[in-house]
Write a protein that binds this ligand. Structure first.
Ligand code: UDP
Ligand code: MG
Length: 332
């Protein structure tokens, strides 16, 4: 898909269009600086056209007003305003659905993903890669954030059935083909980087140094991180179910041994009064506990089936702000 740009390339070839998907949640203080740096970075590539698709994910501060200003002053900006906070992964999905062009780059808007690095992603794409992800060489976050993130990536690698690259976030480039493939995944417990990894294709890593947040604070407190981690594991693995099956087997073996013991006492030591009562209680309680645990795990999968079957819209767009370039992708 190409843009309607006067002149086109010097050699008359159609100019290529690159879109940025930029999720925004309470970034009022830093968004102007972010946009200025992003625009400055993209000036290094006058041979390409750019679109900046900001997704306002139900911000509670003045982010939307700032984004309206940006849209008014910069024709390449488009703002997708979601009706409430749908979460980072949904905001990215909404952005993918609205982003035109030959390649789509997803970036955080808190300047932790340096805009200049996106040019390296573009270079790797031009060299032939269909999926390019930015891989953190270092990160300047708080110690807890670093530790939890470290544990999280190792856990995922161990438990997920697909190979999610270590230390990558949602800073990536996908070409039109892989973007459209991503968009065809409409599951609601979304873990976009897992979906990307599961797509296949040649995936190229570009290492970068992750900066500190410029303003505000992380919108990923521990609870949200844990939820994302759980989505990552249960979306791509049945390890929890397998563990329950194993636990069940061990329980059966222990129960069998208990029965043999109880029978032995009964047959050979009849002088002991009320033999096996303690054991019986332990077995009953233990089995009760295991069953409860199993029900919990099964319940979580049933819950996923339930929300999947409800088939509600993934998100609700309140308004799309910005000039109509006639380059919207077809409805997914
Ligand atoms: N974000 C979002 N919705 C949310 C939480 C975060 O769109 O519910 C955006 C946020 O504005 C930022 C990106 O997602 O651009 C990453 O969020 P954050 O910086 O809080 O995460 P961290 O970098 O700490 O992992
Ligand atoms: Mg951040």
């Amino acid at each position: 898909m190409t843009a309607e740009v006067p002149g086109g390339g010097a050699d008359g070839a159609p100019r290529r269009l690159v879109s940025y998907v930029l999720p925004v949640y309470n970034e009022e203080a830093g968004i102007r600086e972010f946009h200025a740096r992003l625009v400055a970075a993209t000036r290094a590539r006058p041979d390409l056209d750019f679109r900046f698709v900001y997704v306002n994910d139900g911000s509670r501060d003045g982010s939307l007003a700032v984004l309206r200003e940006l849209a008014a002053s910069c024709p390449e900006v488009r703002v997708v305003d979601l009706s409430r906070n749908f979460g980072h992964q949904m905001a990215i999905t909404a952005g993918y659905d609205q982003a035109p062009g030959d390649a789509v780059i997803v970036m955080d808007t808190d300047l932790q993903d340096p805009p200049e690095v996106s040019l390296e992603l573009i270079a790797a794409w031009e060299a032939g890669a269909q999926i390019v992800y930015a891989q953190r060489r270092s990160r300047r976050d708080t110690l807890t954030k670093r530790l939890t993130a470290h544990a999280y990536y190792r856990l995922l690698r161990r438990f997920a059935d697909i190979d999610i690259p270590v230390d990558t976030g949602d800073f990536r480039l996908t070409d039109r083909t892989t973007t459209d493939l991503l968009r065809s995944h409409r599951e609601r417990n979304r873990f976009v980087r897992g979906l990307v990894a599961s797509l296949g294709f040649e995936q190229v890593a570009v290492p970068f140094n992750r900066d500190e947040r410029v303003t505000g604070q992380t919108n990923y407190p521990l609870t949200k991180m844990l939820r994302l981690a759980a989505d990552g594991v249960t979306s791509f693995s049945t390890v929890p179910l397998k563990l329950i099956t194993r636990l069940g087997l061990v329980t059966v073996v222990i129960a069998l041994l208990g029965i043999v013991y109880a029978l032995g006492v009964r047959l050979f030591l009849p002088e002991i009064s009320v033999p096996g009562w303690t054991l019986l209680m332990i077995v009953v309680l233990f089995l009760g506990g295991v069953q409860m645990l199993s029900l919990g795990v099964i319940g979580s999968y049933v819950g996923r089936i339930y929300t999947e079957v409800q088939a509600r819209p993934l998100y609700v767009v309140q308004e799309v702000i910005g000039r109509d370039h006639g380059d919207e992708p077809a409805r997914g």
